[in-house]
Design a protein. Structure first.
Lengths: 199, 308
């Protein structure tokens, strides 16, 4: 999360380029390498990926989860179930802003009971989205274990939540904004950091 | 979205699509083992029903409960309402109890509007049917049901047949379907079309058989005998023959066309068992979809911050 701990949607704005001090943290090849490494870590951690289910958190966690699934499938040879978990109705800041549209929840046909669920998100910030995701997951079933994979961990946790797989640890100040752009949503792969002190 | 839902005309095209899309996501919750969301925890929804209703009240109650709201049911029978308490005093009581939303059904057209604009209560008001005026959530669930089967409703032909004069369902449907781009034709005997229907954004006809072959959906309205003081048609048999949906007409109706009815049905009067229970009938689905649509409305009105 970028602008402030409570607003996921702020992440996509302002548009890159409009902000003079936006700086690239990861480019497309960096992102590809990070995802490949995370995919291998997931396989290693689960001793093969036979009971793994990947669930992306909308919006940008979903395409990232799909890409991880493709990589795991390429390594292990068997397809990995992948889906999406909308957390809107479980957020703790719903009352702070007008009601927002819901995203799609898509649980793979095999469900999550007794399996290892890997939640996938783009940026880990306050940890509140993940708290909401855990609540949402609870209503869907009872996984054997839940893990967390994020492309960027920018710190400033407000809850006792820690990621299991991280693409990049990015120390930030609270004034800075981290933006993750992905091909499927934004037309290109990029991680940007903006704001903070003038260089 | 505005703060209240009093009329289908309150909804812009974007608002209406937002409700329908939200309902589509919420419908999936009904398929889960745990049919509950924590979203409206700690908020109070009052069902204020001055008029008899089974499905609408139960539907709103189920919707509010699935969103974890506290639900208080007020019905005219067995409460101070039957002792002659005024709408204002009832509203002040509800306000004192801290109602975040009031779902109101009243036999007088405009009662929800009065409740929303009088300043008596601070919460959102949802019209669950007022007199012969409007019933916007019914129109939303009808549109939702049609959209699930037909796809986007733009340029789809919808026929609404029967007692338009007394029907709040017809009025709300005409407004909403027009907003969504559908073409609506009302079919009724001249005595059951309201004065001024030519100003509505729809066509009107007296002959059902001539419009039926081009329909994508046909909505049969209940003949509201309880609202009819005088005779509006010569006999039940004649009405049924000219405006009822019966086996003979099913053959004329296109194969893909849907049959809807807001319920409760007068079987044998406006619709026969073959039509109501046939493969093209979506009448039972309408009831299930009502819960999803009302969840969407309650979520969009109450789920966020107060509109500024």
């Amino acid at each position: 999360m970028s602008a402030e701990p409570s607003s996921r949607e702020m992440r996509g704005q302002p548009r890159p380029g409009e902000r003079a001090v936006a700086r690239t943290v990861l480019d497309a090849p960096d992102i590809a390498r990070a995802l490949t490494r995370i995919a291998h870590e997931i396989v290693e951690r689960s001793r093969g990926a036979s009971d793994v289910v990947l669930l992306g958190i909308p919006t940008r966690g979903v395409p990232l989860a799909r890409r991880l699934a493709e990589r795991i499938t390429a390594v292990e040879g068997t397809p990995v179930p992948v889906g999406a978990l909308d957390i809107t109705m479980y957020r703790d800041d719903l009352r702070l802003r007008p009601a927002r549209a819901l995203a799609h929840t898509d649980i793979p046909p095999g469900g999550v009971d007794g399996r290892t669920v890997v939640l996938v998100d783009d940026v880990l910030f306050s940890g509140r989205s993940i708290r909401a995701a855990l609540s949402a997951l609870e209503e869907v079933g009872r996984p054997r274990a839940v893990r967390l994979a994020v492309l960027v961990d920018r710190g400033h946790r407000q809850l006792p939540i820690r990621p299991d797989h991280v693409g990049k640890n990015l120390p930030t100040s609270l004034r800075e904004q981290v933006q993750v752009l992905v091909e499927e949503v934004d037309g290109r792969d990029l991680v940007l950091i903006a704001g903070g002190e003038e260089p | 979205m505005k703060r209240h839902l009093l009329s289908a005309a309150d909804l812009s095209r974007d608002d209406a699509l937002l409700v329908l899309d939200t309902a589509e996501e919420l419908a999936r919750v009904s398929d889960r083992a745990v049919k509950k969301l924590p979203t409206l925890r700690g908020r109070t929804v009052v069902n204020l029903f001055f008029e008899d209703s089974t499905r609408t009240r139960i539907s709103f109650e189920a919707a509010a409960k699935r969103l974890s709201a506290d639900v208080i049911n007020f019905s005219a029978k067995g409460s101070s309402l039957s002792k002659g308490e005024s709408l204002k005093d009832t509203a002040l009581t509800l306000e004192a109890m801290g109602a975040d939303a009031v779902v109101v059904r009243h036999s007088a057209s405009g009662a929800p509007h009065r409740l929303a604009t009088s300043g008596w209560i601070g919460g959102s008001v949802v019209n669950a049917g007022d007199g012969t005026h409007e019933h916007p959530t019914q129109a939303l669930l009808d549109a939702f049901t049609m959209r699930r089967h037909l796809g986007p409703l733009t340029d789809r032909r919808v026929i609404i047949v029967g007692d338009v004069l007394h029907s709040r369902v017809a009025r709300s449907n005409v407004l909403l379907l027009h907003t969504l781009g559908a073409e609506v034709t009302l079919v009724a005997p001249p005595t059951l079309l309201p004065v001024g229907v030519e100003t509505w954004p729809c066509a009107a006809a007296y002959d059902l058989d001539s419009v039926l072959p081009k329909a994508d959906a046909v909505m049969m309205l209940r003949v509201q005998r309880e609202r009819m003081g005088a005779a509006y048609f010569p006999s039940v048999r004649e009405y049924s023959r000219r405006y009822g949906l019966h086996a003979g007409r099913l053959g004329v109706l296109p194969e893909h066309a849907l049959i809807l009815h807001p319920g409760p049905m007068n079987r044998g009067l406006e619709i026969t068992a073959e039509a109501a229970d046939g493969a093209r009938s979506v009448i039972v689905e309408q009831v299930a979809n009502g819960v999803s649509v009302r969840m969407a409305v309650l979520y969009l009105l109450l789920g966020g911050s107060e509109p500024g």
